[in-house]
Write a protein that binds this ligand. Structure first.
Ligand SMILES: NC(=O)c1ccc[n+]([C@@H]2O[C@H](COP(=O)([O-])OP(=O)(O)OC[C@H]3O[C@@H](n4cnc5c(N)ncnc54)[C@H](OP(=O)(O)O)[C@@H]3O)[C@@H](O)[C@H]2O)c1
Length: 368
């Protein structure tokens, strides 16, 4: 998509479309950037988007919205975000930017996305509202009616490693969930090459507490989480149908998984351990080669050398996914471990990666 020259600057440097060069003593690339808006900028993923996009050389943040903090500067909500941007209450008619990130809770997002889509915007939606292709599955797992079923066919699942070409032409990208990103990246090469039994997959994941969002709850209260480790929504977490949907597309047949998420006393980060039975015995060396080949061109997926396993410390605050694997020869089982930042590759930086692809910017821009 061509980059439109901006008309003025949100931080008041000047209003003229082509100001005299003397005004621009310091080259300000952002003057000519794509204007973007962030709906729900005060949540954890929204604030992370603000942080990343403030440093993105092709982008100018035009509007940020919040219901609870309307009228306040985002720097009053998050002092680390040093910008004059002021939160506005959401009014779709007043949003001029052509590119929008929606970072709202599921259920609340679908109406907003529908409205913006009708106005011709390009959207990356971080909620679960457009990830599941079957609205009945969505309604069963999320317990709310899907009010924008007509848009489900337009939405592209935003995992660049699998859908880069479709993302390029998309107007609506459904940014994947954090656990699904970590699990699918572990299992994709194995299912694409038909190497594992589809009914044997177990995904065991651990997440930091920001995965639950900023709203207050007893579950994420400090004394409940600190020095603790607990499983939750065992076998019934809402990310199960999303993971199964994507694994089924890779396997070209139905896939059912066992998924157990855990909450760990970290702010950010996910570690997922995936177990599956191999159809035929394969040496670890050969499996590592399969993974290296599959992700060879991927700027954000790194396969660790044999004997090395990832840790969240190495991926937090990045868009990276690190993967390590081994073979349990006696049981003919492969074990694949991935780490991501739930707010990074699991949400906001992956959303920016999707924007880069949609807008034909260099895919790693603003993310290295
Ligand atoms: N946290 C993660 O690691 C993660 C990872 C992947 C995907 N996601 C998904 O990304 C979305 C945002 O997650 P989050 O963690 O950033 O959530 P969050 O911290 O709870 O923030 C939600 C944002 O939406 C606004 N909001 C809440 N209810 C609203 C409503 N009914 N209508 C309009 N705005 C509303 C909130 O602020 P105001 O009250 O100020 O408007 C806030 O800005 C969710 O759908 C989540 O599932 C989260």
């Amino acid at each position: 998509m061509p980059i439109e020259p901006s008309r003025g600057h949100s931080e008041g440097i000047g209003e003229a479309l082509f100001p005299p060069s003397s005004v621009l003593r310091i080259p300000n690339l952002k003057r000519w950037g794509l204007k973007v808006s962030i709906i729900g900028a005060t949540g954890y993923t929204g604030a992370e988007l603000v942080k990343i996009l403030l440093r993105h050389p092709e982008v100018e943040i035009e509007t940020i919205t919040s219901q609870s903090f309307a009228g306040k500067k985002i720097s009053e909500v998050y002092p680390r975000l040093s910008t004059g941007l002021v939160c506005q209450s959401l009014d779709a008619e007043r949003i001029a930017s052509s590119f929008i990130f929606t970072a709202l809770p599921h259920g609340a997002s679908m109406e907003v996305v529908g409205n913006l889509y009708l106005r011709g915007k390009r959207i990356v939606d971080l909620s679960a509202d457009f990830r599941l292709t079957n609205p009945l599955v969505y309604e069963k797992w999320y317990g709310v009616a899907h009010k924008k079923k007509n848009l489900l066919k337009q939405a592209v699942y935003g995992l660049p490693e699998l859908y880069r070409e479709k993302i390029k032409g998309a107007r609506l990208v459904a940014n994947p969930g954090c656990y699904p990103t970590s699990a699918i990246l572990c299992l994709a090469p194995l299912l694409r090459y038909n190497l594992i039994k589809e009914d044997s997959i177990i995904v065991d994941s651990k997440s930091g507490v920001t995965g639950a969002g900023r709203k207050l709850s007893l579950k994420t209260h400090f004394p409940e989480v600190n020095e603790n480790l607990s499983a939750y929504q065992v076998g019934c977490h809402r990310h199960i149908p999303e993971i199964e949907q994507e694994l089924a597309k890779l396997a070209q047949k139905e896939v059912k998984i066992t998924f157990v998420p855990h909450l760990v006393p970290l702010n950010r980060g996910i570690l997922s351990t995936c177990y599956a039975d191999l159809k035929d015995f394969l040496k670890l060396k050969d499996l590592v080669e399969v993974f290296e080949d599959f992700y060879r061109e991927e700027p954000f997926v790194e396969i660790l050398p044999q004997g090395c396993f990832p840790q969240v410390k190495d991926v937090v605050n990045s868009n990276r996914c690190q993967i390590g694997l081994t073979v349990d020869g006696k049981r003919r089982r492969v074990i694949v471990i991935s780490t991501i930042d739930n707010l990074g590759k699991g949400a906001s930086s992956q959303a920016v990666q999707n924007m880069n692809i949609m807008c034909e910017f260099e895919e790693t821009t603003g993310l290295s």
